[in-house]
Structure formats: structure tokens, C-alpha cells
Design a protein around this ligand. Sequence first.
Ligand SMILES: [Zn+2]
Length: 312
Amino acid sequence: MIRPILTATLALALAACGGSNRSANLDAATSGMPPATAQPVSAVISSKSAKQLFGYEATASEQRSEPLGFYSKGCAAGNVQLPETGPTWQAMRLSRNRNWAQPITVDFIQDLSRFAAQQPGWAGLYVGDLSQPKGGPMLTGHASHQIGLDADIWMLPPQRLNLSTAERESISSISMRRTRGAYVNSSWTQQHHEILKRAASDPRVERIFVFPGAKVQMCDDETGDRAYLRKIRPWYGHHYHFHVRLSCPEGATNCVAQDPVPPGDGCADARAWQNNILNPPPPDPNAPAPTPKRDLTLADLPAQCSGVLASR
Ligand SMILES: [Zn+2]
């Protein structure tokens, strides 16, 4: 009778201890460390592609945890590692080494995974990309996820949390979308709604990106308090996973906040987007040609990012 409780308690204790001294999910893990400061860099280095500099870093900076810059133009001091496996989560695609983030993000994921594990059919969460060990731009994939405050959560309900490293490379998430994202498909469940609702209701969360059909479905299905819907933002892609973005933590003065989401539940906007998918407007002949994006250089990032790179 008592064994399951003991096992769960032990598992929680082990998760709290983590695999190394840098995987503890507390700000205290780095509070005794020096803050990130700018380091002198040569003109040659500062003009180098930032993704080349950050993309090969294997471990976090030995600095006080701090997000530096903006979600799509910054880096992260003192990231900690989400343990590869916990009682209610597994980090996926370990070869990418992107299960690093600010302590507040790791805390949030663990909290959300405990909620998810209470949902029928969900053993917890499969967690996709967080950030690189030192944050910064990535060689492949996202434009954001640079300051340790973004997290991708898989839509696939975990059936078990003992996936091997190899399985975590080969298993894919599942798409939730139908009709090019205008609607959810039959894989969408009430549990997806509940988990997204819980995430959006968390005061640490700034916004969540998900495909338009999911937002519209949540607008249709919500019968209770609708305030949280404001934070659920329709966006391209995001039908295999949803993307949680945390606000700049209190006191993080070098973290650049995003413009706040517009007031209201955003459901009319989501429906307009849905309608555009179903009835695409004709292309605007006067639309300016898209300007190709230039790679960020180290000089584009906050000056303290040179100190993050230099820290071992
Ligand atoms: Zn993402």
C-alpha cells in the first residue's frame, strides 16, 4: 500500500538533487557565482556569427543566472540543465544539448509536468528544445530560445517515461492540425486544453505560441474564466509542440521584455487567421520583397554575452 508513495517521494527527492551540481532547479544554484560582465573582444571575434560561437558550447557559464537581451537576440548566463529524466518528464533529442535554461524555466517545466501527469493518458511531459548551454543563436532551428526563457513542449501525450536515449532521438511528436492549421484534428484532447490552460494561467508565463486552429478550439471550448486565453497566441508551425515563453524574471534588468500581448482574449484575431487559412486572400502585388535576415554577430548581442562565452 505504502510503496507507491515512497517510490514517488524518492523519485522527487532524486530529481531535486539532480545529476550534477548544475542541474538543481533553484536560483540558489548560481547565487554565489559572479554576474556576467562584458569582456574585451577583438573586432574579429565581435563580427563573428554568434551562432557559430554559441552553437558549440557544451556547458553553461559559471555565472549568476541571468537572461541577457531579447528572446531572439541575446544569451543566457548561469543556465541550469533540466535533468534528462524526472518523475514526470523526459527531455527529448538529447543529442542537441538544448535542455538548458534559466532556473525559473526549469522550475516551471517541472511544475507543469506534475500537473500533466495528473491528466488521463499523460504520464507527464516530453520536453523539446529549451536553450543551448549558454543560450544564444542556434546553428539550426529557432530564431528565439536564446535567453533561457523559452520552452517547447511536445503535443504527444507521454505513455511512459523510461524512453532510452536512442528512443528519444527516433520517436516523433504528433501533429494536432487539420486543414493547414485551421482546425485541430482527432488527436487533440481535453487534456491538451487543460495543460495549455494551466501553462497560460501561470504568472511566470508571458505568452504561448500554438497553431491558429488550437487557439480557436480553446476559445470555443472554454466555459470558465477566459482571461488566460489572452496569453495563447496563434502562430505559424507549432502543431507538433507548443512554445512557452516566460516573462523576464523580477530583477533581471538586462532582460528585454516583449511588447505586451493585446488586451482581450484574442479569439477574434484567431478566427480571422483561421478564415485566412480557409480563404487565402490574393497576394498583394505591392507587397515589398522580404528582406533576407542577416546572421546575428556577437556585437549584435548584449555586451555581457562576451563574458558568458569566456566563462568556463
Ligand atoms: Zn519554440
